[in-house]
Design a protein around this ligand. Sequence first.
Ligand SMILES: [Zn+2]
Ligand SMILES: [Zn+2]
Length: 175
Amino acid sequence: MLTIKLIPIAPVNMEILEQLTEPLEKQFSAAVEIEQKNLLNAETVPSRAQYYSTKLLSELLEANKNFTGKVLGITSVDLFIPVLTYVFGEAQLNGTVSLMSTYRLSETLYGLPENKELFIERSIKEAVHELGHTFGLLHCRDYNCAMHSSTSVEEVDVKGKTLCSNCRQKISLST
Ligand SMILES: [Zn+2]
Ligand SMILES: [Zn+2]
């Protein structure tokens, strides 16, 4: 059975990793493990409170180069790539590593009261999405599919937290 490793990247709320375990096991028919130590640390970000996503992704790859499963790094630091002001995550297409940030998934960022259920739901969607890329999935046109592209939290809320049958089929054909 394929193993998906969830890697906390400080600062991060460990509870969200536990909440992701079961949905990810179901979605990818995989065993999900939580790495208990922080292999990487994004806390050293200088004055700008964002971390360069691609750099973190390559550090994740370097730390897991002998791993044959899939990796999802999770941080609560905001991520960016030079052409975009922020990204929810980034992944190696048809590769080993992916990365997501929970920073923009919390209602409190938008001046709204905390909604833990919604936060978990959004996190599941983004986790399935980024891991989906590591399985070789591209963005999907189906609005209900977790692989539908989302550039704002409103778009995250519109899509579903599971893969459509088309995307599921592509994964089983390629493995
Ligand atoms: Zn994507
Ligand atoms: Zn799809």
